[in-house]
Design a binder for this molecule. Sequence first.
Ligand code: IMP
Length: 194
Amino acid sequence: MKKIIFATGNQGKMKEIREILADLDAEVLSLKDAGIEADIVEDGTSFEENAQIKAKAICELTGEIVLADDSGLEIDYLNKEPGIYSARYMGEDTSYRIKNASLIKRLEGVADEQRTARFVCAIAAAFPDGTVKTVRGAMEGRIGYEEKGENGFGYDPIFYLPEYGCTSAELSMEEKNKISHRGKALRAIKDELR
Ligand code: IMP
């Protein structure tokens, strides 16, 4: 059976990844499962570059097929901030209550049609022969006027989905996976792995 390492330490993500890649006939391991401890500096200038840096580094270390992702929130009115700095926005340890309140404040007085935003997820697959394939998934929405919903994480409570009439924090995990940036990118990279 083919072995694939997904370069994440996040167990929640691993569950979602294993579910979506289940029909690939491959054993999907997290970094921990593969016994790897690595601290890779994500100094790329795009989601794609950061995913490629991680995937290539672990592939060179292990000689296995390695997948890595990088994701974040782009707000059009703020020149696509926080973007690749989504986790680091206002400091890594600052609560999302505070981060979300800050973004809402920065959009004060901004009309609905100018509040467009998207969650983006890039996934890179690095192969032992040196090839790298990269895909991108996005989920389009708008920044709301207040936090709503208890599900999800991070910026979900302020990410309003007009077609659903709720935020992504008000969707169940299953509903979100069907339409999310990460779900779309995972399904696209699966096609590259076949
Ligand atoms: P990562 O690259 O998947 O670790 O995500 C980077 C950051 O982007 C997270 O720490 C969140 O701030 C934000 N983010 C990515 N995906 C989501 C999502 O589905 N909901 C809310 N925030 C997200």
